[in-house]
Design a protein around this ligand. Structure first.
Ligand SMILES: [Zn+2]
Length: 385
């Protein structure tokens, strides 16, 4: 079994902040984390990360694209490029996320993903798909194409899952059959999430009673808080155990809203996401079309050329963590559960992913303290960056 030592690490893990730590990896698992220097005799690889953070590899449950590619492109190269981009960001596990497109396009994305998995997943790992739509509210499409919106149908989810596992589905709970759909999804091992929704609190409660506990990009494309109908934003604050995805780029939500969420909601039920589009990792001026609409990247913001609406994010997880840390002052050892461990718990891997602790998978990111960019990334114990 291969042995690796990572030394002089500033380990940040849920509830843990240790400077000058030594982490011993055996095979694909963490064998020990300690303040003591270890003998390097018989060790295959020694990596010195002095002055840098060592954190659990990020888990991004909501990401569409990067490096000019989108998961829903028919090109089989798209998933490779998305996974390569994610790995560069320090993401070790992710759920490639679909757009509201035709059934055949969804099936093709799943087939491309299956081929990537069978090829050994050489960049970031992906255990399944996040279907964002097509069962959304046509009035809350955002950058999704209303032409392909349809009614919730578990049969369609099952058909995609036959090709490659589906782990998460974002849909509008107020649509016909929306409450029952939550139960049907859970029965087949898919986490149902409320998103792109015009729901009132009572609409959500039907699905909540059937087990729904997730909200897609909290505050974005959902009913705002009003003092006589608290909407989905109000529901997120009222109901503690809803796992809310949050885009922490300070653009989709202003810094004050980030502060409100991270200081008033339980950190155990917040999940940072990127919701990145194909323009992620691209330079200013990059232009593309989405659902027939022209989008241009300027100042790191992807906006529709006509009207100027936001069309998606170019965020990296490390920057999201930095933003929230700076805005709220919450210690990293408390915040870091929102970049991996919470996601792992909800998806059923809470005892092996999301912590830098003995017995956990050695999926790790080394972050530069000044730039918050990854200096090294380990997947299953092997250094991939
Ligand atoms: Zn999205």
């Amino acid at each position: 079994m291969s042995k690796t030592i990572i030394k002089n690490a500033h380990v940040i893990s849920p509830g843990i902040d240790i400077e000058g730590a030594t982490v011993l990896i055996e095979g694909d698992k963490i064998k020990s984390v300690s303040k003591k220097a270890l003998s390097e005799k018989g060790v295959d690889t020694v990596v010195d990360v002095r002055g840098k953070y060592l954190m659990p590899g990020f888990i991004d449950v909501h990401t569409h694209g990067a490096l000019t590619y989108d998961f829903c492109d028919s090109d089989p190269k798209a998933i490779y490029e998305l996974a390569r981009g994610k790995l560069e960001e320090g993401v070790t596990t992710f759920l490639p996320t679909t757009l509201t497109v035709s059934h055949e396009e969804l099936a093709q994305a799943a087939r491309n993903l299956k081929a990537y998995a069978e090829d050994g997943m050489k960049y970031a790992k992906t255990p399944g798909i996040h279907l964002e739509g097509p069962f959304i509210n046509v009035k809350c499409c955002g950058a999704q194409n209303p032409k392909f919106v349809r009614k919730p149908e578990v049969k369609e989810v099952k058909e995609i899952a036959k090709i490659y596992p589906v782990k998460l589905i974002s849909y509008a709970v107020e649509t016909e059959g929306g409450a029952k759909f939550a139960k049907d999804c859970l029965k087949i091992g898919v986490v149902p999430s409320c998103g792109h929704t015009g729901a009132k609190l009572k609409d959500l409660m039907g699905a909540y009673k059937n087990g729904l506990r997730h909200m897609t990009h909290f505050c974005n494309q959902m009913t705002p808080l009003h003092h006589r109908e608290i909407g989905m934003v109000g529901a997120g604050f009222l109901i503690e155990d809803l796992n809310t995805e949050v885009i922490c780029d300070k653009i989709h939500l202003c810094p004050d809203m980030l502060k409100l969420i991270f200081t008033r909601r339980s950190l155990a039920h917040i999940q940072m996401i990127t919701d990145s589009l194909r323009c992620s990792h691209c330079k200013d001026g990059y232009a593309f079309t989405m659902g027939g609409l022209e989008v241009k990247l300027e100042g790191g913001e992807a906006r529709l050329v006509k009207g100027g609406n936001l069309a998606g994010s170019t965020l990296w997880m490390g920057n999201g963590l930095k933003n929230v840390h700076e805005v709220t002052g919450i210690p990293l050892k408390d915040l870091v559960r929102t970049t991996s461990w919470n996601q792992a718990i909800e998806l059923g891997w809470g005892d092996e992913l999301g912590k830098v602790e003995k017995g956990f998978k050695a999926d790790l990111v080394v972050l530069d303290k000044k730039t918050w960019k990854p200096a090294a990334v380990f997947v299953d114990g092997a250094q991939r960056i």
